[in-house]
Ligand binder design. Structure first.
Ligand SMILES: Nc1ncnc2c1ncn2[C@@H]1O[C@H](COP(=O)(O)OP(=O)(O)OP(=O)(O)O)[C@@H](O)[C@H]1O
Length: 278
């Protein structure tokens, strides 16, 4: 297990979200308040997850941090600079792997060389290193249609990480995977994150996945979303691939489920009082 003090120096940068809200359709006479004001400070190198009911505004928040959507109020700072346009030192992953059919896995990863005008030889070295770390060397020269869903998503993960961005934004990246593959990719992500510690904002519907991966979890209320709990996950790393049996893990999961039950997002939960984290 890795003590906090033994972990790699963060390559990530801090993110500050101050009084940030979002209303869609402003000026139409019928604006829709998607997010209430949010205040969150994310230190460099932290892995933070956001959980909440469908439609509570998780993706909206992520897109605003990426500078791909304008916030209605407040200020977002990434590495001390106000976000007013798309952030470039970032890796973004979505539920859909978004690989190009006509490029091999390797050439999909190398897209950055074309788009970001990066040194191709240097990027290729890093790409091969990541393919090896994820045990995917055999897939490098295959086309997406020749790969399984899990392999495609891992190639997409490599593409998200290959340029070593300071910030990684992931929107339900494992949502389309089967349960077993999901466990494996989660563990792979933690391994890769521990090596360089970029700052990660990870959106998931899986409370277990959030606890398995995060330093901290933001719990959001149903729409219009606001942060109703900010939980520090004090568990050693690397975390085991199957977390279910550890009582301290279950206590975090229970705490989040209880919020969802109180808010009417989940119904009929009966959980042991003894393990609840306060
Ligand atoms: N461009 C838009 N115009 C109008 N409303 C929008 C727009 N984008 C999102 N919304 C609305 O804002 C709310 C928040 O959407 P968002 O996609 O951020 O939720 P989410 O928590 O990520 O949901 P899910 O978990 O289902 O992906 C939803 O009610 C959605 O319909």
């Amino acid at each position: 297990m890795t003590a906090q003090s033994d972990m790699a120096t963060p390559s990530g940068v801090p993110i500050t979200i101050s009084n940030v809200s979002k209303a869609f359709g402003e000026g139409t006479g019928k604006p829709f308040q998607a997010l209430k004001p949010i205040d969150v400070t994310i230190p460099a190198g932290e892995f933070i997850s956001v959980v909440g009911a469908s439609g509570c505004g998780k993706s909206t928040l992520m897109l605003m941090v990426a500078g791909l959507l304008k916030h209605t109020t407040g200020e977002i700072m990434v590495a001390g600079r106000a976000v007013r346009e798309p952030v470039t030192d970032v890796g973004i992953a979505f539920q859909d792997h978004l690989l190009l059919d006509f490029r091999t896995a390797f050439e999909n990863v190398m897209l950055h060389a074309d788009i970001r005008k990066m040194d191709r030889a240097k990027l290729a070295v890093r790409a091969k290193e990541l393919f090896a770390q994820l045990r995917l060397e055999h897939a490098m020269n295959k086309y997406p249609r020749q790969l399984s869903g899990g392999m495609r998503q891992r190639v997409s993960l490599i593409r998200t990480l290959v340029h070593d961005p300071s910030v990684i934004l992931m929107d339900e990246p494992f949502g389309a995977l089967d349960a077993l593959t999901r466990l494996q990719v989660r563990t792979d992500l933690e391994t890769l994150w521990l090596r360089r510690r970029p700052t990660v904002v990870f959106i998931t519907h899986s409370v277990e996945e959030a606890v398995g991966l995060s330093d901290r979890i933001l719990v959001m209320s149903p729409s219009p979303g606001e942060v109703i709990d900010d939980i520090k996950v004090d568990l050693p790393r690397p975390r085991p691939i199957v977390l279910g049996d550890a009582p301290e893990f279950g206590a975090y999961v229970d705490r989040i489920h209880r919020h969802f039950e109180r808010l009417g997002v989940l119904h009929g939960i009966t959980m042991p009082q003894a393990t609840a984290v306060q």
